[in-house]
Design a binder for this molecule. Structure first.
Ligand code: SF4
Length: 282
């Protein structure tokens, strides 16, 4: 079986930067706690746990004087609470997420109603909602907004995206929202907050998916960008999402001569190497 890797895959700039910052900090602290998981990947979290880095769900669960904020960022009031408690914050918020936070904050300041295209339960989106104050709504379904509110909410509307959404999906969402808002005689502003690293990984995965008989996507099943990669590939060719090499047995790819490999933005190099080795053994 021939195995080809996508031209861009695995750890993105933002997660690599966060991991490097935490590894450096772990040299000075016997144990470190992150507010929520540093990334949505079990292998990466296990590697960090071996260095004494563990996750807590809320500031109340912190047991030390230092906390790490993940690349997904947090709401400004949550950050203020940590500072007020005298906790030393290692802020690894990805600069691209920080840029989205600033776009949301600026529109909230101008009193726009801010619609965030994304998963309301995802930590990045929860953070963005915090930056919107009381003016934010997170959804992936434009039509439901009008059904719930009777008309499109707000007289002046701002639209942004969770950074890891697919460009095609955000584009459709923004076009539909724009048509609705303009029909109601209101104002709309769309700010492109998508992450370019995510878009490049999706494009590289799609290019490769057209040239192979099956794709293997490596990453956490709870990782938003890994799910988008998997959806992108599955629309083109048979696709298998795996978290570790152990999930690959010969029956999974029986009869396939050319297999493509890609990985989510929080997938460590060690996972990619072990899956690639396993595929080459088949
Ligand atoms: S996927 Fe993009 S926005 Fe998210 S951490 Fe990586 S570089 Fe930053």
């Amino acid at each position: 079986m021939q195995v080809e890797k996508a031209r861009e895959l695995g750890l993105c700039y933002g997660v690599r930067r966060a991991v490097d910052m935490v590894r450096d900090a772990s040299l000075q602290h016997n144990s470190l706690q992150t507010l929520g998981p540093l990334a949505h990947n079990r292998t990466l979290l296990m590697e960090l746990a071996a260095k004494g880095v563990t996750a807590v769900d809320s500031p109340d669960a912190l047991s030390g004087p230092v906390v790490v904020v993940s690349a997904h960022g947090i709401a400004p009031d949550a950050m203020q609470l940590l500072v007020q408690r005298g906790i030393d914050v290692i802020d690894t918020t990805c600069p691209i997420v920080a840029r989205a936070q600033q776009a949301v904050a600026a529109m909230a300041h101008e009193e726009l109603t801010i619609v965030i295209f994304g998963d309301a339960s995802h930590s990045e989106v929860r953070g963005l909602l915090g930056w919107a104050g009381s003016r934010g709504i997170a959804t992936q379904d434009v039509a439901s907004l009008r059904e719930q509110h009777g008309s499109f909410p707000g007289a002046r509307v701002g639209v942004v995206s969770q950074t890891t959404q697919r460009v095609e999906d955000f584009s459709s969402f923004a076009q539909e929202a724009t048509a609705m808002v303009l029909r109601e005689g209101k104002e709309i502003r769309v700010v492109n907050t998508l992450c370019d690293a995510t878009r490049r990984r999706q494009e590289a995965a799609a290019d490769l998916a057209h040239r192979v008989e099956a794709m293997v996507v490596i990453g956490g099943r709870n990782s938003a960008n890994t799910q988008r990669l998997s959806e992108t590939c599955a629309a083109i060719v048979e696709t298998h999402l795996v978290e570790t090499a152990d999930e690959i047995d010969e029956s999974l790819l029986r009869g396939k001569a050319r297999v493509g490999l890609t990985a989510g933005a929080s997938t460590p190099d060690s996972s990619i190497d072990s899956v690639e080795r396993r595929l080459r053994q088949i």
